[in-house]
Design a binder for this molecule. Sequence first.
Ligand SMILES: [Zn+2]
Length: 374
Amino acid sequence: MADLDRLTRTFLELLQINSPSKNERGVADYVKPRLSALGFEVHEDNAGRLIGGNAGNIIAFKKGNLPGGCSIFLCCHMDTVEPTADLQVKISDGVVRSSGNTILGADNKAGIAAVLEGVEEFLSSRDSHSDIQILFDVSEEIGLLGAKNLDKSKIRAELGYVLDTGAPVASIVVSAPYHESIKVEILGRAAHAGVEPEKGISAIVAASNAIAKMKLGRIDFETTANIGVIEGGKARNIVPDRCVVRGEARSRNESKLAEQVQHMISLFTEEAGSIGAVANVETTREYSGFRFTKDDEVVQLAAEAARRVGIEPELQDGGGGSDANVFNEVGIPSVVLGVGYHNPHTPDEYISLEDLKKAADLVVSLLTLAAERR
Ligand SMILES: [Zn+2]
């Protein structure tokens, strides 16, 4: 069982290290010696340089000393959203929260603390284990940049666990959507709005006509779409010749995603065309989705690990992307596990130490079961 005092100390120390995306240096420098002391080979990659950050992904590996066993990796991100500067931590009745206007950063420092404590406890309580890999990655919050820039051939694990979602502890996110972003540049023709508006073609009108007819919001139980940014025009008295619209669509069903994206593209193209404007559409696959059932090994192992620490795990469908999307895309079955924090990305973020301890116990349990697998 996890040592609550040591775990709390680790968590509070991590919270005190300010680490918004691209500024994870302090956390990287904190975890590296901790992992080395536990006998891991620790490597920092060049993701930081690739994305303009000050730290790379931390990849730690400890060779197993068992025949058989199942090799797993545990992943948490080192960055947090903002604001975080001058974070004041308050603990009352066993609950840790931010006392000011900043976020707490339990997303994802609770995960890192649970992994460090769980691994330390596991290794000190038994001599035999299978291969263990730990990935503490960078800039997850700004588009999974660390995971996307990780050299996937460095991953030496059969199954992956991303400890990066809120309460309840040990909930298992078994699916996540496919996600496509859309950028549309609409080009019309400028004209003086008072003198000769007939000569103009308004890019803003074209965009508005398209958006007004578009299915947006929750399309069905597994599909969503949004137009999030619209920028265009130069002055009140000029018919705008350019307008840029940015949006997205997500679905846990890939063909529904394709259908929704096509719907959005067609409307922009048709509505622009109908008034003589042109729409240049660019779509980008941000990440691919995944779906597991309770019978898949990656889910079974986590569910059994949860039960061993007295939790009946909740299987959830995810609505967003996480590092697990990236790992699944390269063929390593990976799910997201609940760490127990509440209200992430807000100043009301909090976590109870009791839940944090359960998350660390879950890590011990996962490693134990992985070692027992034949
Ligand atoms: Zn997170």
